[in-house]
Ligand binder design. Sequence first.
Ligand code: DX5
Ligand code: ZN
Length: 220
Amino acid sequence: MAAKVAPSLLSADFSCLRDEVKRIEEQGAEWVHLDIMDGHFVPSITIGPPVVKALRPHTELFMDAHLMVTDPEKQIKPFVEAGVDLLTVQYEATAHLDRVLRNIKAAGIKAGVALNPATPPGVLEYIWPLLDLVLVMSVNPGAGGQQFIPAVIPKIEAIAREIKARGLSTALEVDGGINRHNAREIIAAGATVLVAGSAVFKADNGMSLIREVSAFAHKA
Ligand code: DX5
Ligand code: ZN
């Protein structure tokens, strides 16, 4: 099964994001994960469209933006104009999920939904045709460097079964607490994209995780 790492810039050196993006490109990354926090859905504030727009001309990486913001409908246009390739919204952050997803697709980019650790997978039942990606949060959103919550493994398995049963090609991304010790198990459960922040940017030899994961995936 093909799987890849989407390095999260949240753990990169914010004083030189352009160089950090180059570093992951040189290691073979295809995606970059952008964690957008608004100080409301989660307490922290990170980056917004101006920073994304400034990076866009310097990389061809697929920009995977994870909106941890309330009222994500207000943010679609600014992020599309900034150049992201995929917008993922938190299920818990909007009362109008179907509309938000339709608006993202109508803007010409891919759409995803993120589920917090306590959110069951059944909430996806009526929106499958709109989804390019499902993001299973394996920590509670808000910060990098937290511990992986193993209880999400059966949820990853259930969503992977559902994607297969429906004959879809929806990407299944897992985000939070992923490192070289647990990556194999998460891929075995059915993940196709692993977000990794601190394990790539802050661990010794972290950059090599990007290539290691594609090797595990080919053996699986
Ligand atoms: C958490 C973010 C994650 C986080 C991952 O709110 O959505 O993308 O940065 O960081 P690590 O890999 O350090 O858990
Ligand atoms: Zn994220």
